[in-house]
Design a binder for this molecule. Structure first.
Ligand code: KG4
Ligand code: ZN
Length: 349
């Protein structure tokens, strides 16, 4: 049998430049994740700045991961790179780099779908995190509820109709005068607040909804963000905003988590599968993990990545590339980045 392949995974879709050296399915030999903090100045990711920052560091990040692994570029058997979705200028940096390396070394290249890669994050550390499962992918750009009967087959149950879950955390943090990214900030401040202090709406969630209704699994977060903004303006006029920040953060977080948990549990009931996997940056939320864990209960399993693998990273890209490579796929040398790359193997209901 051949030795386990060495996979180099490269991620540059948003504001993390990351490279990983993975041997086989789980042996992470090197892993560098460099977060661009200059976006904090602007309260969100500035695409042009992101692309330039990736360009500046991509070579060093790959070198760093290889150095940790004690390997050279010529030891890499397979290259995997995020080809989309994401910011086009940022994606192009990784794709161009990986194409050049794969071509120069005559190694296969896989263009990875960023959200499919998030599904693989947990399996890097937990061999049990395999389908079948219900998956909730919640990041800064996406909110997807999927039924995953096996790797490569994904049934889309629901998605957001407006803002993504992480985007809602980021925007509400901005409204509350907190830093970027908003999720960790909201979590920190919410620790001192009362989640029942403000009765925010649970958008798209009603007890009258029935399976088959087109909003049964759908999400919407922009109305919740507006409700927070309206309350902030009222408190501002009353001069009591400053002492309400923790309560506002806790109440918003509770509303967002309630909806995510309720819709995920609908999928659990309908599929009869009490195995749930969460991925994407919002999967780092302690409130989400604990509420979902309670809802699933002792007879089920919740698979969540630890913090470093919840947010964007090269390891999940390498793992997804290995999966696609084993299925006989290979990117053509005219592979290009696509901001709206379709999810591979996605079946709509
Ligand atoms: O997956 P990710 O790193 O990047 C994208 O692909 O978008 O996700 C980033 C998102 C941000 O919106 C951030 O606010 C959110 O994940 N996030 C959290 C938490 N940590 C990160 N949201 C809620 N609670 C957290 N603890
Ligand atoms: Zn992501």
């Amino acid at each position: 049998m051949d030795a386990e392949p060495i996979v180099l995974g490269l991620e540059t879709s948003c504001d993390e430049t990351s490279a990983a050296v993975l041997r086989g399915e789980r042996e992470l030999l090197g892993h560098i994740i460099l977060s661009q903090d200059e976006h904090e100045l602007y309260g969100g990711v500035v695409p042009e700045i992101a692309a330039r920052a990736h360009l500046r560091v991509v070579g060093d990040v790959v070198d760093g991961a290889l150095r940790q692994a004690g390997l050279g570029l010529e030891d890499v058997d397979l290259f995997g790179v995020t080809a989309g979705p994401g910011l086009i200028g940022a994606l192009l940096v990784g794709v161009s780099w990986a194409k050049a390396a794969a071509y120069a070394l005559d190694r296969p290249l896989i263009g990875v779908h960023h959200m499919e890669a998030h599904l693989f994050s947990v399996s890097l550390e937990d061999a049990e995190a395999q389908p079948p499962f219900v998956a909730l992918l919640v990041s800064g750009g996406h909110t997807l509820l999927l039924w995953v009967p096996e790797w490569g087959r994904y049934r889309l149950l629901g998605a957001t109709r407006d803002d993504a879950a992480g985007e809602a955390f980021d925007k509400v943090a901005k409204i509350l005068g907190l830093g970027y990214p908003g999720g960790p900030e909201i979590q920190r401040v919410a620790g001192d607040g009362d989640p029942a202090a403000h009765a925010f709406p649970r958008p798209m969630l009603a007890s009258t909804q029935r399976p088959g209704d087109d909003d049964y699994y759908a999400f919407s977060f922009s109305g919740l963000k507006t409700a927070v903004l309206t309350r902030v303006r009222e408190l501002e006029r009353a001069g009591t905003l400053a002492r309400e920040t923790a309560n506002l953060a806790a109440s918003f977080q509770a509303a967002a988590v309630d909806v995510l948990v309720a819709k995920t549990m609908r999928a659990v009931e309908q599929t009869g599968c009490r195995r749930v996997l969460i991925g994407g940056g919002v999967a780092a939320s302690r409130a989400l993990r604990s509420a979902l864990g309670d809802a699933i209960g002792g007879h089920g399993s919740l698979y969540h990545p630890r913090l470093r693998l919840a947010t964007d990273n090269g390891a999940m890209i390498a793992r997804a590339a290995l999966f696609r490579h084993r299925r006989g796929e290979r990117a053509p040398l005219d592979l290009t980045a696509r901001a709206d790359l379709p999810f591979p193997g996605l079946e709509s209901p």
